[in-house]
Each structure stands twice: as C-alpha cells, then as structure tokens.
Design a binder for this molecule. Structure first.
Ligand code: FAD
Ligand code: S2G
Ligand code: ZN
Length: 426
C-alpha cells in the first residue's frame, strides 16, 4: 500500500491549461504527479513528497468518432467504461478491458500501457493507439495526434508516452483505433485437473477457435476459493485445481456457437477439461467474469496482499506459484495465481493477516531472481511506478536503463515529471 498527500491539486480542463501549469512548475522547479483514475497498483499516481497533483479528471471529452475508420479522438481523462459506452453507440468498442474500467482513465491506461482481459485479441495499446497529444515538462505541446493507421514519417514519438507512467510528459489527447463491437459473445468457464491440461487447452483454443477467441484467462483453486469465501460468489461448476475462462466474440452467433461446441467437445472427450459451462446471456456472462475480475477485491479481505504481476514463459507459468507456496509454508494465509494466461501474464498474490517484513523478505528478491532466471518480466502490465522501480534491472539491461535515463534528461531536464517513479535511484 502506498500513501501520499499534497497541498496542491490542479484540475486542468484543456491542453493549454496543462501547458501553462507545466511551464510554471518547470520554471519554479516544482515537481508534479499526474493522476488519472488512481487505480494504478504500483504507486505511480501517488505523490511521494509534496508534488503538485495534476488530475486529468476534467479533461473527459470525446472529440470525434470516425464511423468509417473506427478511429476515436478523446481527451485523456475519459473514464474507460464511459468511453466504451460512448463508442458503443457507434457500434464500436474500446480495444481494452480491465477490472478497474469504472474508474481508470484512458490516459492512465495509455500511461501504464495497460494490458487487461482482451490483449490476446486486440493487442497492446502500442498497436491500437494511433496518435497522442502530450505536454512536455517545459510546457511545450507535442502534437502526434495522427488518426492514420499508417504513418512512417520519422521516429514514432507517441510510443514514448505509452507506458512511461507520466515521467516523460502528460498525455492530454489520444486517437484510438476502435474495432467493431462484437454482436455474438460466449463465455466458457472450464474446470481442469492439471496445469498441463491448461496449457494444452489454451493451445487448442487458439487453433480451434482462431479469430473468434477474444480472451483466455486462468484462475487456480486458491483464487476461486477466495472469491467464494470472502465475497460469497458461487462457482457454476464443481471444485477443480484449475479453471479457465475462454471467451469468443464475433459477428455471427450460429457460426461461433458451432466452432465453440466443436472445441468444447474436443477438450472434454480428450479429458483435458473435466467440467465446464457456457454462458451466452449477458447477466450470466457478467457473473462468470466477476469470479475473475473480483479476485483482487476478495484478497483484500484476507488482510495484507503482496502483489506480483509477472510475465513468464508458459512452461514455467504455474511452477512459480507452487515454488513460492512451498517456500513460504504456513507463514501466510494464501498464495494464489491467476491472470492473463493468453499473454503469459501471471498475477501471483500472497496474503497474510497484516503486513510482515519477514514475509516480504522471504518473497523479495527471490521472486524477482526467479523471474529473471526464466527471462520473464517483473512487471507485465502494471508498470514500475514507485514500488517496483528499483527492481527494473531484473528485467532490463544496464544499457537500456542508461538510455532511459538519457531520454528522461532530455525530455525533463529539471526532473519535475513524476519523480521517484519508473527509473531506479541508481
Ligand atoms: P492512475 O493510477 O491515476 O495513474 C497511473 C500512472 O499513469 C501514474 O504513474 C500516473 O502518474 C500516470 N498518469 C495517469 N494519467 C496520466 C496522463 N494523462 N498523462 C501522463 N501520465 C498519467 N492494469 C492492467 O494493466 N491490467 C489489468 O487487467 C488491470 N486490472 C485491474 C483491476 C483492478 C480491480 C484494479 C484496481 C486495477 C487494475 N489494473 C490493471 C491497474 C490499473 O487499473 C491500470 O494500471 C490503469 O491503467 C491505471 O489507470 P488510471 O487512470 O487509474 O491511472
Ligand atoms: C487483474 C489486477 C488485479 C490485481 O485482475 O488482471 O491486473 O490486483 C490484475 O492483481
Ligand atoms: Zn491483469
């Protein structure tokens, strides 16, 4: 848990106001902390000392929706869910979905390069964001707000602002390529006996569902027990060691249902999947998604959560959970693994009654060394923020970190943008 406070909170309404604020803060060497929906999980949006908080909440207007190309231009303070509802009126969807959709901003999503539940289908924001308008520490407005899907004129600077967590500039507007909203959605909730079966079923889902596969999520028994015990949610199938959520999204219900049934028949007869149910009706789909999306919330009820968001090569994916569980023994309440298996992204969460330094010292740096050994990433999608910045060297070379520091120096010479975030102290 990261806490902070500041005596100044500014809520600009326009790019010009952001520019004037940053130009003043830069001249007077006043540090700032950009804030979106404040749902980040690594302390990136929390002031460390008395940084001026710049909240983007009032910059929440959609500027244009091009129904031919599906490109939407909006301000960065649009709440993800509200933006998705807005574009839904045009038969489009925002190519990103995550449990925090009701509060997070699209600007915060871009600044953390959020992954979410459908990256498997719609790719990363580095692909779906076509243009960015951002304001540099100097107050200079950088207009890279192209709405073109192809633009090979010089260095693609928008990528600097995607995932830099407010340390290179404040994102004020975005152009996003929004795909057509699917008219047919199915969600299968499957029970499996072994992790090998999970991997095999993932591979079969890709080959047998092909283009209609839109999400493949994983939950272990401990995660599901947590939402059942702490939130009193009910699983639609009998207890299993492992579970998967496999979603299809398409434009032809009959076609998709036939493909999904063929896939399910195959994985059930092969014994890879030993129980399962399929939801097509929105309220049932929502209930099954809540079993996955509310795991984080359910863990809070245990007490203190040590959270790890790791990219791991699939053959090692669940071994880390088993190794950590054995390593920590009875000193903890729960060690559970869930996440975006389709992206190789494990959310490993450990809980204890309250925070214990001794437990943390048994987890870290072991978990980061483990990750580095299998050439994974110590932060798959949540970013480094304040909490993980000093572990960056477990996933980035000294040369890469050195170049990042040079870029930071060029773009923010006075170091006023979100200090103590992303880059390590030394
Ligand atoms: P904030 O938390 O306000 O800020 C995040 C970072 O971006 C900070 O460093 C901040 O300074 C910076 N920032 C914010 N706005 C701007 C801007 N306009 N310009 C420049 N910098 C800015 N994350 C995932 O990737 N995938 C998930 O599946 C996922 N699921 C989640 C589920 C729950 C229940 C919760 C609570 C969080 C989840 N998250 C997930 C984490 C979080 O929602 C994301 O990191 C999200 O992108 C943060 O958006 P935000 O608007 O809340 O940003
Ligand atoms: C998710 C965020 C929740 C968590 O649920 O996909 O990114 O706390 C996570 O791990
Ligand atoms: Zn996630």
């Amino acid at each position: 848990m990261v806490r902070g406070a500041s005596s100044v909170l500014l809520k600009p309404k326009t790019t010009e106001e952001v520019s004037a604020i940053l130009s003043y803060c830069n001249q007077h060497k006043l540090a700032v902390c950009p804030q979106g929906g404040n749902t980040g999980l690594v302390g990136g949006s929390v002031p460390v000392f008395d940084e001026v908080i710049i909240s983007m909440a009032l910059m929440n207007q959609v500027e244009s929706v091009d129904s031919w190309s599906g490109v939407v231009v909006c301000q960065s303070g649009c709440v993800l869910e509200a933006l998705d509802q807005h574009v839904a009126e045009h038969g489009l969807m925002v190519p990103l979905d995550l449990g925090a959709k009701g509060s997070c901003h699209i600007g915060g999503n871009v600044s953390t390069n959020a992954g979410g539940l459908r990256l498997l289908r719609y790719g990363s924001l580095h692909g779906s964001v076509l243009g960015v308008e951002a304001v540099l520490a100097s107050g200079e407005v950088i207009d890279c707000l192209s709405t073109m899907k192809k633009d090979n004129t010089g260095y693609d600077l928008k990528h600097l602002f995607i995932g830099s967590e407010g340390t290179l500039g404040i994102v004020t507007k975005l152009a996003i390529n929004c795909p057509p909203r699917p008219t047919a959605v199915n969600l299968a909730f499957l029970g499996l006996q072994s992790f090998d079966d999970v991997l095999q079923t993932f591979r079969d889902a890709k080959s047998k569902l092909g283009e209609i596969l839109s999400s493949c999520e994983f939950i272990d028994r401990s995660s599901l027990e947590c939402v059942e015990e702490n939130l009193k949610l009910k699983s639609p199938i009998e207890p299993h060691p492992y579970y998967m959520l496999i979603e299809t999204s398409g434009s032809n219900g009959d076609h998709d249902e036939e493909k999904l049934n063929t896939f399910l028949e195959y994985v059930m007869t092969s014994g890879q999947v030993t129980d399962g149910t399929v939801a097509t009706e929105p309220s049932r789909i929502q209930h099954i998604w809540s079993l996955r999306e509310r795991i984080a919330e359910s863990l809070i009820a245990d007490g203190y959560t040590y959270k790890y968001d790791i990219s791991i090569p699939l053959p090692h994916f669940y071994k880390m959970v088993e190794d950590m569980r054995e390593h920590l023994g009875s000193s903890i309440i729960r060690c559970c693994g869930y996440g975006h298996i389709g992206d190789g992204n494990l959310h490993l969460n450990i809980t204890s009654k309250e925070y214990e330094k001794e437990i943390l010292s048994r987890i870290e740096p072991t978990i980061f060394e483990w990750t580095a050994r299998v050439k994974g990433s110590i932060s798959a999608e949540h970013g480094l923020g304040f909490k993980k910045r000093n572990y960056i060297h477990f996933s980035k070379s000294d040369g890469a970190i050195g170049l990042m520091k040079q870029m930071k120096k060029i773009m923010d010479p006075n170091g006023i943008l979100n200090p103590y975030k992303v880059l390590p102290d030394n």
